[in-house]
Ligand binder design. Structure first.
Ligand SMILES: [Zn+2]
Length: 370
């Protein structure tokens, strides 16, 4: 229904909403939200017996970060002017319409204070730059407030000479280690960013159910991510690795199968890496006795028997992680993710897809029983 609502919004068309539900507002105390459910209907009216009040429109406010932290409501959309201080983590997920999106979490700051901002999709953002950021959504999880970009968010680079509050960079750790174990997932993505759950690795064409289209196999890209078990002189630990960093140390053709990716990772010489809270933010291989490039030119050949079906997030996993819609991030199905492996390495997003014990969230869930 989203396009229809967008159209009537653009046209300023009066509408009649039938069979809607009223629930206590998530964004304004004492007010109510209208929930448009599967059984609700929308029809356009030619006129209303009262006139349109433009002052009631929900324009987002320009707020400072400290104002944002003071808001008691979640999912409010705001505009903010801030400097990008540090990139914290990278992750990925399937969003509401099941398209694949990567995300990056940054620390941003203005003169008042700092906050985490998760940016979905590809945005041209550089650390150290000032941006006027519009239409970002205020989120809360376990008492922490953060911002998340929405499909309407815009990032406009600006010149600003204001000083920024003192922000403590979260420490990154540099270390050299042997990769002694690994677990890798591979997602196959159609050109329109839909998942291909049963990717055949040996045929000429691949079917995308969502597009209802057969694609040439070479159009399908893959996204890898997983866990490395690393051994340093002092400890053995698990670290999370995302596609970009796996592909910075080994060559992964789009038709690669998981077994060969694992073999190639396990055969690597020691690696040097930068960790941010167990997420790899930089990695390179160390080849002590050669002058060649750090990236071994290992070509992985596909095996026709490999299947990756089980490595996709379950339907519940996908449903519960949505960029823009509270009913899904807080849906009761979140409880099922307790035992399933998470597909994210980011601190903020992973907190979203995990079961919440936040009493406020539990209350909000009840507004959105399907
Ligand atoms: Zn598709």
């Amino acid at each position: 229904m989203h396009p229809q609502f967008k159209a009537v919004n653009t046209d300023r068309s009066p509408v009649h909403l039938h069979n809607i539900r009223l629930t206590p507002s998530l964004t304004k105390e004492g007010a109510h939200d209208i929930t448009f459910t599967h059984s609700s209907t929308l029809s356009c009216l030619s006129q209303l017996d009262y006139s349109y009040n433009p002052t009631l429109s929900s324009n987002q406010e320009d707020l400072t970060i400290s104002d944002i932290l003071k808001t008691n409501t979640t999912y409010t959309r705001v505009n903010v002017k801030a400097k990008i201080i540090q990139q914290k983590s990278q992750s990925h997920n399937f969003v509401r319409d099941r398209t694949f999106l990567t995300n990056i979490t940054y620390v941003i700051a203005d003169k008042t204070t700092s906050i985490d901002l998760t940016v979905w999709g590809e945005e041209d953002i550089t650390t150290g730059g000032w941006y006027f950021i519009t239409n970002v959504s205020v989120r809360k999880f376990q008492g922490a407030t953060f911002l998340s970009s929405t499909r309407d968010s815009k990032f406009t680079k600006i010149t600003c000479h204001e000083s920024v509050c003192q922000v403590e960079h979260t420490t990154s750790q540099n270390l050299t280690a042997d990769i002694i174990g690994t677990q890798v997932n591979v997602l196959y993505i159609c050109p329109l960013k839909h998942p291909i759950p049963d990717m055949p690795l040996s045929t000429y064409k691949v079917h995308c159910e969502k597009c209802n289209t057969f694609y040439i196999s070479s159009c399908i890209t893959n996204y890898t991510h997983g866990t490395l078990k690393i051994k340093t002189p002092t400890e053995i630990k698990n670290v999370q690795i995302e596609n970009k960093f796996i592909k910075s140390i080994i060559n992964v053709p789009d038709t690669a199968n998981i077994d060969t990716i694992i073999d190639t990772l396990l055969e690597l010489p020691p690696v040097r890496m930068t960790l941010h809270q167990n997420n790899i933010t930089h990695i390179e291989t160390i080849k002590p006795h050669t002058k060649q490039l750090d990236i071994p030119n290992i070509i992985i050949t596909p095996s026709p028997t490999e299947s990756s079906t089980t490595l996709f997030p379950s339907h519940e996993d996908i449903e519960q992680f949505m960029v823009d819609f509270p009913e899904n991030t807080l849906s009761p199905s979140t409880s099922t993710s307790a035992t399933t492996p998470t597909t994210t390495t980011s601190t903020i997003p992973s907190s979203i897809i995990q079961p919440t014990k936040d009493p406020q969230s539990a209350i909000m869930t009840s507004h959105f029983k399907k």
